[in-house]
Write a protein that binds this ligand. Structure first.
Ligand code: ATP
Ligand code: FE
Ligand code: MG
Length: 337
């Protein structure tokens, strides 16, 4: 069973062919990061145009690399939200047209369920129940997956997403876009104990996150250094900021897993590429007798293999999308279409 997955929710045009939901035959990603870099963030209109310009080529390349032809495709899975509507529409329209022409089923996939399911590709034997920490550019979610199709959000950010915080602090430090990799790199050279930044909501008895206070604390620190003419150590700020984010993410995830009696912990989303987060969660899981799962880097950031995987599992549950499938800027995780 071969699923062709399409992902265009943000600034990556991605197409992948996946066999039986878990084996990647090809995975092509056209990133627009250089296009948006000069603006310091994703410009929605530029993103939509770019998807439109390259989607056909990306599909062709994914087919060629997989050694398959259109006749071999059994199903189309496409991200229909959450994300930038104009960007999503390109993938949704393309996916619908393809499914219609090929007379194969169509499944609209929730982007965040896709991020979670990236782990099913990395670990072909992995099965729910599990707890997933999904940390990306726009989301910070603790999701309990009881079984396929059953998702429950146990905690989420009340303001900024983790990735957003990395991006904003990177910009304030004069580093590049997107910020995560730059902060990660600087932090390796810095002292994480140099500056004590706040760990919001860490001791409270719920699993929600908040990163905007941390962001303000870092900005205030930078401003006060400037005013007092104190030289700022970028590595120390990066390391101390990163440690504050990771401490909260790890603590909340472990408490939640313990409370829920879940022994499998998954990490995914773009921020899962962060070296401190990966290592800390791995270590803590080991200490506390939990099994830790995290995909390779190429499956952490946006890709279409994870969308094909999630679409495949939805199909197996009996879900089918209609020709009225539409792009949606925001959708609750677990909603079916
Ligand atoms: P969403 O999935 O919420 O719609 P998105 O798709 O834009 O948002 P992803 O592509 O999954 O998000 O992740 C991008 C984010 O990951 C960016 O905020 C980026 O800074 C962050 N990121 C990437 N690498 C690292 C890293 N090494 N450390 C921390 N953050 C990172
Ligand atoms: Fe994403
Ligand atoms: Mg992205």
């Amino acid at each position: 069973w071969i699923t062709l997955g399409i992902e265009t929710s943000c600034d990556e045009t991605a197409v992948s062919l996946v066999q039986d939901g878990r084996k990647v035959l090809s995975n092509v990603i056209a990133s627009q990061i250089p296009e948006h870099r000069k603006f310091g963030g994703v410009v929605p209109e530029v993103a939509s145009r770019h998807h439109l310009e390259c989607i056909h080529q990306v599909v062709e390349e994914a087919l060629t690399k997989s050694g398959k032809t259109l006749k071999d495709i059994h199903q189309i899975a496409v991200t229909y939200g959450p994300g930038l509507v104009g960007a999503l529409l390109v993938g949704v329209a393309y996916g619908k047209a393809m499914a219609y022409a090929l007379k194969v089923p169509l499944n609209g996939v929730h982007h965040i369920e896709g991020h979670l399911q990236a782990n099913f590709i990395q670990y072909p034997e992995l099965e729910p129940p599990l707890l997933a920490l999904i940390v990306s550019g726009g989301h910070t979610h603790l999701v309990k997956m009881e079984t396929y199709g059953h998702y429950e959000i146990l905690g989420k950010t009340r303001d900024d997403a983790a990735g957003e915080a990395f991006d904003k602090i990177s910009r304030a430090l004069g580093l590049g876009y997107p910020g995560g990799p730059f902060i990660d790199e600087q932090a390796q050279k810095g002292n994480p104990e140099a500056i004590l930044f706040p760990r919001a909501l860490m001791e409270e008895d719920h699993y929600d996150f908040s990163f905007s206070g941390l962001k303000s604390a870092v900005l205030n620190y930078l401003n006060s250094c400037r005013m007092k003419n104190i030289e700022v150590s970028i590595p120390d700020v990066a390391a101390s900021f990163q440690k504050a984010v990771v401490d909260v993410l790890v603590k909340k995830t472990m408490t939640c897993a313990e409370d829920q009696g879940l022994s499998q912990i998954l990490l995914s989303g773009g921020v899962a590429a962060n070296s401190l987060l990966r290592n800390s969660l791995q270590e803590t899981c080991k200490l506390q007798g939990k099994t830790f799962y995290v995909p390779e880097m190429y499956l952490c950031t946006d890709n279409a293999a994870m969308i094909a995987c999630a679409g495949y599992h939805d199909y197996c549950l009996g879900y089918r999308s209609g020709w009225d499938l539409n792009a949606k800027a925001s959708i609750p995780i677990g909603e079916r279409r």
